[in-house]
Design a protein around this ligand. Structure first.
Ligand SMILES: *[C@@H]1O[C@H](CO)[C@@H](O)[C@H](O)[C@H]1NC(C)=O
Ligand SMILES: *[C@@H]1O[C@H](CO)[C@@H](O)[C@H](O)[C@H]1NC(C)=O
Ligand SMILES: *[C@@H]1O[C@H](CO)[C@@H](O)[C@H](O)[C@H]1NC(C)=O
Ligand SMILES: *[C@@H]1O[C@H](CO)[C@@H](O)[C@H](O)[C@H]1NC(C)=O
Ligand SMILES: *[C@@H]1O[C@H](CO)[C@@H](O)[C@H](O)[C@H]1NC(C)=O
Ligand SMILES: *[C@@H]1O[C@H](CO)[C@@H](O)[C@H](O)[C@H]1NC(C)=O
Length: 231
């Protein structure tokens, strides 16, 4: 129960940390454009915008004409078709006001963390029980790693220096299913190399094995968080 709370906190922090750098970048690029534009005269700017606007209107209209034709052939009533076009047009305008999404991550990991597939991993050799390991990850705004695909597993295994590491995979309280952090159900039934999971509610990985283990055993652990754009 305690840990569920800790994990949701981590998730929140992660999203917070993920968006903040993106917003920064956006502002940076915006002020960059403003700087560029200052070297042009006002008239050139206005003319440029007018031409651009005209071009957009022409292109937009021709697209809508094509769509209207399509709607006529599919929808029975004309009002339905018009409503469709109206809805699409309004959503299109919405799209235009929103600037292109900044990249969610720029492949930046904190010092000592390993970058793999836009995620940062930290392998810790400090021997702790699963609860303490999860708490350690949360102090760095991360969570126990989800080594869900074999490619990630292979990457992590290359960097192992300790026998076993906790990962973010747990049996549910009623003991019936295994869940990855974030409530993804374990997709493969043959994930584990040991099959007797009695009293073993946590998961650990080594260079060769994936084992269910008693959560209060002391092992290393692997934390993960999304790569960011840095500072
Ligand atoms: C995993 O299960 C153990 C034992 O039930 C529990 O102590 C721990 O908090 C759980 N961890 C997570 C991340 O749910
Ligand atoms: C258009 O949008 C309105 C409000 O968003 C919605 O109620 C309506 O069903 C939509 N019409 C069509 C044809 O999608
Ligand atoms: C065990 O808990 C999970 C989710 O926590 C639920 O989906 C599942 O139905 C439960 N199983 C039993 C037998 O209660
Ligand atoms: C562990 O299980 C995986 C998947 O079933 C298998 O490929 C691997 O050979 C097993 N490792 C050992 C040491 O048995
Ligand atoms: C995990 O380790 C901590 C610190 O050593 C300890 O306080 C806690 O009781 C342990 N929890 C379990 C479930 O073994
Ligand atoms: C934790 O470990 C102790 C001894 O190491 C053991 O007696 C106890 O049953 C374990 N508790 C759990 C919940 O696995």
């Amino acid at each position: 129960m305690d840990n569920t709370v800790v994990y949701s906190e981590v998730k929140l922090n992660d999203t917070k940390g993920g968006t903040a750098p993106g917003v920064k970048i956006l502002r940076n690029s915006k002020s960059g454009t403003q700087l560029k534009c200052q070297s042009f005269s006002k008239l050139t700017l206005i003319l440029g915008f007018a031409v651009l606007l005209l071009l957009m209107i022409v292109v937009g209209m021709s697209i809508e004409v094509v769509r209207l034709h399509k709607d006529h052939s599919y929808a029975g009533s004309t009002s339905q078709a018009r409503q469709n076009v109206y809805n699409r047009t309004s959503s299109k305008h919405l799209d235009q006001t929103i600037p292109t999404n900044p990249p969610q991550h720029c492949g930046y990991c904190p010092k000592g963390w390993l970058l793999h597939k836009e995620m940062c991993y930290l392998l810790s050799s400090v021997l702790q029980n699963s609860t303490s390991a999860a708490a350690s990850c949360s102090t760095t705004c991360s969570q126990l790693a989800r080594a869900e695909d074999f490619e990630t597993l292979a990457f992590l295994r290359k960097h192992m220096t300790t026998a076993f590491y906790w990962v973010g995979l747990n049996k549910t309280l009623n003991g019936s299913i295994w869940l990855w952090t974030g409530s993804t159900m374990l997709s493969r039934t043959h994930y584990f190399n040991n099959s007797n999971h009695f009293g073993k509610d946590c998961a650990m990985i080594s260079k060769l094995l994936i084992y269910a283990e008693s959560c209060n055993s002391t092992r290393g652990h692997i934390c993960e968080k999304e790569a960011s754009c840095g500072t």
